[in-house]
Design a protein around this ligand. Structure first.
Ligand code: HEM
Length: 443
């Protein structure tokens, strides 16, 4: 290990991080410890692996950090200045504006719609058929987000959204990985396809907005889209058409992509652990007896909660968070210079032996005896922490509980023999070739 100029352990040039970022980050944590600096294409990255350091960035010293330039470069073209990457007073105002759509009472109101849409999707599933479950989860969570938050439907569009998102995530990550980038304006096949996919995504968001504008007066809406549009009407100087598009696009994407990955990884993990799956089913059947879960049931389903915690631990959809230091600061006694890019990786911290026994094993039981309360802050952060914590956490957990509760009572899902499931670290953690599974109806 070389001592770095700032006293930080320095890896040197991390050639290998581009090929296998998940494996390499874990190796760095193992070999270099709680803080490590490495360079990718001449750019410095500082990876923090201790919960105290993570809390410093997300909570204690949060005002010294912004979302990183890296995040902006990767997601900016799609999300614009939406909630996920905006900063300062503008971010605060937009967050306050959107918050009512995510209050606990509102999320509880969404539960019946979530169940109705899940019921509709599952009713088309047949015993013995083979399905790409990750595609199914994408289409289900997309329908749920669009109906609850935007008060509309996008029938038949889910598959194309899934394809567009996959392409755009791969495209923008690939662009970051190469030192010499062809300008986005050049008509290369990839640039052309990216423009087409972006135009498609834009067309969906603008269609949702236009539908609502056309229906104004005909129906009263109090969903997220109405909150955003009212703000624009009241004070056009604060929320332009472009800003409305950016917020709507951010919530449209954030509202379904991550939850869909969480559900896909859960089906995969259950299929690999039949005893856990059986215990989950026993609890579900004991409490629900085959019926659709309601809000009041959720707290009587501790094993289901444990399964969800464990899926988010081992397969965190937001597997890495990035920040940029906007002023010099100290973390764990190390000087962090202005402009440093800081990486926080749930993928790594959630597998730290100091906080999780047998960390690579899928063991929901670990959550049943108050582990969540015992963990130091910063050891488990699938939804981030501090002021930039996920606005949709309650929404996602409610949705996942309903979908798992309903589907697990109806079917047992088994991986198609020979189908290899490989995590692909895009903007979210996705299964590279989807998850092909066979359905077995339960009695
Ligand atoms: C399992 C599902 C989900 C996971 C794992 C997840 C994870 C996260 C994480 C880690 C962050 C913080 C990012 C950072 O600090 O850099 C975040 C922020 C955010 N999430 Fe989620 N999310 C999920 C579901 C949702 C849903 C359902 C919505 C909306 C309906 C949503 C909307 C957002 C938004 C708008 C932000 C930015 C908040 C802000 O900066 O003020 N997320 N999410």
């Amino acid at each position: 290990m070389l001592p770095g100029p700032k006293g930080l352990p320095i890896v040197g040039v991390a050639f290998d991080v581009r090929g296998d970022p998940l494996g390499v980050m874990r190796r760095y944590a193992r070999e270099y410890g709680d803080i490590v600096c490495f360079h990718v294409m001449m750019q410095e990255r500082i990876l923090l692996n201790h919960p105290d350091f993570i809390e410093q960035v997300l909570v204690v010293q949060h005002s010294k950090f912004h979302k990183s330039e890296l995040t902006r470069r990767i997601t900016g073209r799609m999300l614009g200045q939406g909630l996920l990457i905006s900063e300062g007073d503008f971010w605060r105002r937009q967050r306050r504006l959107a918050q009512p759509a995510f209050h606990r009472a509102r999320v509880n109101d969404y539960a019946a719609t979530m169940a109705e849409i899940a019921e509709d999707h599952i009713s088309r599933w047949r015993d013995g058929e083979e399905r790409n479950v990750s595609q199914d989860m994408m289409s289900l969570t997309l329908d749920i987000a669009v109906r609850t938050l935007f008060g509309t439907t996008l029938p038949g569009e889910a598959e194309q959204v899934g394809r567009a998102m996959t392409f755009l995530m791969r495209y923008s990550l690939r662009r970051q990985r190469f030192p010499v980038r062809v300008p986005e304006t050049w008509p290369t096949p990839n640039n052309r396809r990216a423009n087409q996919e972006l135009a498609f995504m834009d067309s969906l968001v603008y269609r949702m907005i236009a539908e609502r504008q056309a229906a104004n007066g005909a129906a009263h809406h109090n969903d997220l889209l109405a909150l955003l549009m009212d703000a624009m009407d009241e004070d056009g100087s604060h929320m332009t058409k472009q800003q409305l598009r950016d917020e709507a696009m951010t919530l449209f994407i954030a509202g379904h992509e991550t939850t869909s990955q969480m559900l896909s990884w859960t089906w995969y993990a259950l299929s690999q652990n039949p005893a856990i799956e059986a215990r989950l089913h026993e609890e579900l059947y004991g409490v629900l007896g085959g019926r659709v879960p309601e809000v009041a049931d959720l707290q009587r389903l501790p094993y289901l909660q444990a399964v969800m915690n464990e899926s988010l631990r081992l397969y965190p959809p937001a597997y890495i968070l990035a920040r940029m230091a906007i002023e010099p600061c100290q973390i764990g006694g190390y000087d962090i210079p202005l402009g440093s890019t800081i990486l926080l990786a749930p993928w790594v911290t959630h597998r730290d032996l100091r906080f999780f026994d047998d960390p690579d094993a899928y063991r929901p039981e670990r959550w049943l005896d108050g582990l969540m309360q015992r963990l130091p802050p910063g050891a488990y952060f699938p939804f981030g922490d501090g002021p930039r914590r996920c606005i949709g956490q309650g929404f996602a957990l409610m949705e996942a509980a309903i979908v798992i509760g309903m589907l697990a009572q109806k079917f047992r899902l088994r991986l198609v023999p020979g189908h290899e499931v490989v995590p692909e670290p895009l903007v979210t953690l996705r299964p590279r070739n989807g998850i092909r599974m066979t359905l077995h109806a339960r009695n």
